[in-house]
Each structure stands twice: as structure tokens, then as C-alpha cells.
Design a protein around this ligand. Sequence first.
Ligand code: MCN
Length: 787
Amino acid sequence: MAVTKLFGAKIKRREDPRLVRGQATYTDDLVLPGMVYAQIVRSPHAHARITRLDVDAARRHPGVVAVFTGRDLAGKLNPIPTAWLIPGSDLKTPPHPALAVDTVRYAGDGVAVVVAEDRYTARDAAALVRAEYAPLPAVVDQVKAVAPGAPQLHADVPKNIAFTWNVKGGDTDAAFADAARDGIVIAQRFVNQRLIPNALETRGVVARYQSGSGELTVWYTTQNPHIARFLMSVVTGIPEHKIRVIAPEVGGGFGSKIPFYADEAIVAFCARETGRPVKWSEDRRENYLATIHGRDHVTDFEIAARKDGTVTGVRGKTWANLGAYLSTAAPGIPTILHGLILTGCYTIPNISYEVVGVFTNTVPVDAYRGAGRPEATYLIERMMDLLAARLGLDPADLRRKNFIPADKFPYVTAEALQYDSGNYGPALDQALKLIEYTRLRDVQKQGPKDNRYLGIGLSTYVEICGLGPSAVAGAVGFQGGLWESATVRMHPTGKATVFTGTSPHGQGEETTFAQIVADELGLPLDDIEVVHGDTGAIAMGWGTYGSRSTVVGGAAIVLAARRVKEKATKIAAHMLEAAEGDIVFDHGRFAVRGAPDKAKTIQEVTLQAYLAWSLPPGVEPSLEASAFYDPENFTFPFGAHAAAVKVNADTGEVELRRYVAVDDCGRVINPLIVDGQVHGGLVQGIAQALCEGAVYTPEGQLLTGSMADYAVPKANMFPTFVTGHTETPSPHNPLGVKGVGETGTIASTPAIVNAVMDALKPFGITHLDMPLTPERIWTAIHGTTRR
Ligand code: MCN
């Protein structure tokens, strides 16, 4: 039966019905016989010496199975490692004990764990742990943390500096000297505020240790089960082949479930020590306190240009807040994933940029959707608008003038990345058309209505994604590979199971990966199952982050499917008594060239592959194939976003009137899912511009410690998003795809800030830091602080 082409089809996500009907299994749904519950006791102080830790009352509490402190863990659990050792940066990796022993370094640092028969008893008993502290001075601001006299977090880390990293290309000093003489130089400090990732589900772990076999099984909310297994082995000392990590429904992650946390190791430890399966689930407050945060950069940034608007160089310095300890990928986020993309989609030949990674008394900072690239895009895109305003140029014209021309790809940037393909002009043209740019500018010229000022903002971006190849990962210090594995297994009845080393947790690959295989093998979509997130079922994989799953994992799948087809072709030729070269495959049918009626379906061929009654010489029984794909390069999606806002000068409120996102992620597998990914990303990126921000007191208390205090966006803030696409395939990817999971977050923040700043031009305001709350805007307009 002919199957229509599914690559490119708008198919609804197959995973959604079970998710929205409550038929899916999350970690917290698991109940194992004899299971007990863990509660971690966390420090209320941001920085303090532990002077006394008395757990006797907690131990005596009825229903308590065990209580452990940092001292109980010492020698039994290794420190929590970081996995990104960026070279040439003098990286300091101070020990991160799973539970603090002498000193706590952020409010939320674990000091003890209570294991009890049920979670309520565990909580009650945790309250009985008597911890006494001698508070130490704390520092939460990364610029203050490097100043002389600042409180020191770690003994061997002078000035709290974890690393200093540089990227240089061209002759930046000469470019700035020229511009100072005969062009224009603009300098601006930008604060990219700290954000709290809000996945639908918080983190959770169930660990079971079977002492007879020495096997540890861990179900948990991870984006990368194989990395988690590796690090679990490193920290617990349990051999890797005795550990199985399963990611049931994860409930989203946005980067926050990449890291290997102390909590996971603690729960595994408790399971091993007590001999009982142990469950631990965070509530939202604990999630805010103890799950990584994102962003948090302070940057002094400069741009040099000729008077005609040709940008000749950028330079700057960023202080990146890392929190109290180095989280798993933390050193790579503000450096490799940030500093290498600062020149964006422009031909800027000169760059000089320094990043200082700083420890502070805050929860560790790691990857949050976009991870380093939103911060970079924000810098260059805000600068392009500042430059346009100073030169009196239209921001769209300035961008177009500096775009890397379409005939220059592959293009090597000043940061030495090679962009694979791009065609930036058409994406901008489309965005301008969709938002009716010319008309809006005319309306703007007519002035404000009812004291509401129209602003139009643009953001043209390029991003690094599809993380891989492994050789580059090694060169930049990532302690892992970035290839991907896939197995396509046909079953005797002609159905297929696809195993992927990526680990989707909201992105929809159970649908898109099935679409790839359906087309390759001519199978109905319903006959294909995609399995992920289980180290017991999948040989190896590097997980889902950096918008890599489709580019790297999808490529592995298509290669495995093609191998299945090759073997099936041999068997079909044998069955049809034809030469292999005479077999033509089309929509699941192997036919003899010139004799279309002489044919076998893939289902018939598969059955014979398993029966093995008569296979061609040298062909083994069964029908399955694996592939391991290591990409040649990253992929570089790009696009143009445009926003129209109205700023109410009486209240400072921003109303988002229109938002247009034109993204190019190469060939699109499923336009519906791609639009969904863009929509979600936009909401997160716009929220950073307008409302979100984690606030610590100078003493290190998280003021935005709940959803009532942290301004997560609400649906009524957003108009219906308008999406558009251009399609510039990646030349080195077998599917021609580029990633899309982060584009919305990367592009939207500067588009919104540019729009608001455009609206505020009549007031002479050129820059405000995010979030652009009504108070901040009102204060800037009225020049006073409200009391
Ligand atoms: N896709 C497509 N055609 C393309 C590119 C992608 O149809 N040319 C589809 C994919 O097959 C997949 C989706 O779009 O269904 C996203 O794919 P991809 O860009 O490969 O990104 P990943 O699957 O690797 O997801 C990672 C990315 C990141 S880094 C974060 S953070 C993020 C995100 O995706 N976190 C998410 N999207 C999220 N969506 C949800 N619901 N929850 C999260 O936690």
C-alpha cells in the first residue's frame, strides 16, 4: 500500500494524548514494593559554617528509616563533578560534596537527608534535624564577588574566579582606533538577569539497589540518561554496567535536567544503605532553591563602526555568575556556547572578548533554553539598534548592510566557527512584510495616541546548534562525545521499533522520528514505535539539549533505516529471484525493475528475514540495523523576528501588539511541531524581556522563591504569534535539517527590548536593563522612583 510522504507533514504529536489525559507515567507516579521517601534538609543560610548538626531526634522519630549527614557520606560518595573543563582558562574545580560537611555556600545547599516510610513523615522528621550555623558574609553579585575584600567561597579560588576565558579574532585594537578616529564607537553595560527554569514537572528520583546482584536502577527526570549513568557511576563508585538509568515522562526540562545533581547521588546512596527503594521529589519551592538557574551575565560591550554603518569590531567583558559550585555544563555555557557566536549573522572581522566565571553564594547556574546564545544574541542585537539610532539609520537597513552575503557560505567567522549555510536577507524581508513594517513606521510617525507609544523591534540571529562533532567537543573541553546512536528493529509482523540515544522530554520526537522512518521504509506511522530514555534498552546516547536531537539523533536514525533497507533489498532480490541491482524500492514495496507486479512488501520481506528458511548466502537472520552518527559540524539555524509594542507612558506597561517569527531550521520535518517549539521559545524569551527575573537579597536569600513571587508569563500577555519560514538546508546533514528547539528563546528577547526602546526614543531613553517592568519603564520616563 502506498504511504504518502510524511517528512514535511503537519502531523499532531502522537505523545500528547497520553500526556493530556493523565495516562502517562512520571517518576513521581512510580510505586515500588517497600519504597521509602527521602527529604533533603537544606541550609537556610547562603554562607555559613555548620557548628552543630544533631540528627538524633530525627532518627528517633517514628517511621524514620535512616538519617545521613555530609560526614556519613564522606568517603562513600565522591564529589559532584563538572563535565566541561574549558581549556586555557585556568579552570578551578573546588570540591562539591553531595551534602555540605563544614560549610554551606548557598541557601538550599543540602546538609542532611532523612529517609522515612512516607513522604510526610520524612518532612516532619527533617524539621527535627537540629542544625546550627555561624553565618559568614555572603556575596550574590558576580561583579562584587571579584572585588577586593569580597567574601571568599572556596579556599583555593582567589577572588572567587573560577576561570577567565578569551576569544580573539582579527585586530580589534586597530578597528576600535580607526572607529574612534573616523567612525563611531558605542559602549554599553548590559545585565542579562538570572532566570529560573520552570519545567511543568519538578525533579524527582526513584532509586532501587539490589544487593544480591549489585545493580542500581534509577528512574529519574533527566534529559540525558547515559551521561547520568556515567556520572552516577563516578560519584557512587557503582560500576557503570551495574547501573540502569530510566527517564520516564520527564515533564520538560529546558536545560535544568541536564546536570547531574547531588540529590540524585544522595537518593542512590540512601537506597544502597537502607536496602529499600527510595523516592525523592522536589516541590516547586525546593525546585526554585536547588535546581539550577540560568543566564546571569553582566557585560561591558562595545561596537566599532564606520559612519556608513559598516560594523568593524566588537569587544567586551562578561562576568558570568556560576553560583556556589560548578554545575555539570556550567563552564561551557558562558564561554563556548556564548563567546563564539557574538558576531551573530554579520561580517564583523574583529572580536576581542573576555569571560570571567565567578562563584557566588547562589544556587549553581547552568544551561537554560538557549544557554549562552540568547545572551550573545541579546548583546549584538541590542548594539545593532543602538548603532542604528546613533547613525540615524533604519535598524533593518543597518542589519541588511552587515549580513554575511548568501554567496559567502560556508563562512568562517572572526571567532573561527564555520557557519554551514545561510541566507539571511529573505528571512528579514519576510519578517518585515509579515509585520507590515513600512506601515507601522508610518503610524509611528503620527505620534502617540492616548499617551501610548508605538515601538517596533527587530532581531536577526544565527545560533549554534545540533551539538557535535565529538572532535570539537573534545577540543573545547566537553568531557563527552557528541555523536548519536540509533537502532531500527523490524519485528516479524512488519512493525518497527526505533531506539534513539537522544532523550526527548517534551519536544515531540516520538512523532518526528517516526515520520523519518515511515518515509525511509514505507511503513505506516502507527507501525513505528520510538523508544528513548533507558540505558537498559539503548546502547549509548548523549541525550537531548542544544537542539541536537533531530540534527544528530535524526541523522543516526535515517542512516540505520537505510541499512535496514539495504539488507531487506538483498532478501527481496533473493525472494524474487532477481539481481539485487534490479530491485526498485518505493513506498514499502520492493519490485523488479520493468516488472512492477513482481514485488514483495517490506512486511513480507521482514517475515522471511526472521523465518530464515531461505536467505541469500552470507545474509544473517533478522532485520535490524544500528548507526552511530558523528556530525561534521554544528548546524547554524537563523532567522528574523519582529515585534510591535505599545508602551503606556502613564503606567509604564508594555502591550505586545504583534509578534512575527521567521525561522530557518533547514528542511522541516513537522511544521506543526516546529511552530509549537517556536511558540514555547517565544514565550520564554519574551518573558525574560518583560517580567521574569530571579532576585536574591544581598545576604543570599531568594526573594523570588515561589511562583507567586517569580513572574512567570501568562497567556494574556501574548498576541497570536505569526510564524514564517525560509528553508536553507544544512549541507552536511543527511536530512538537511537544523535544530529549532531554542530559536524562539534566542531571538525574541532582543526583539522585544528593541521594540520597547524604540517606543521610548521620544523620551531620550536609549537603554534599560531587563526585565522591562512597568515600574522600571515608568521610573525611566518620569525620572523618579515611586515610593
Ligand atoms: N524539528 C523538525 N524539523 C526541524 C527541526 C526540528 O520537525 N528541521 C522537530 C524535531 O524533530 C523535534 C522538535 O522539532 O520534534 C525540536 O527538535 P530539535 O530542534 O532537534 O531540539 P531537541 O529535540 O534537541 O530539543 C532540545 C531543545 C532545547 S535545547 C530545549 S532547552 C528545549 C526545547 O528543545 N526544552 C524543551 N524544547 C522544549 N520543548 C518542551 N516541550 N519542553 C522542553 O523542556
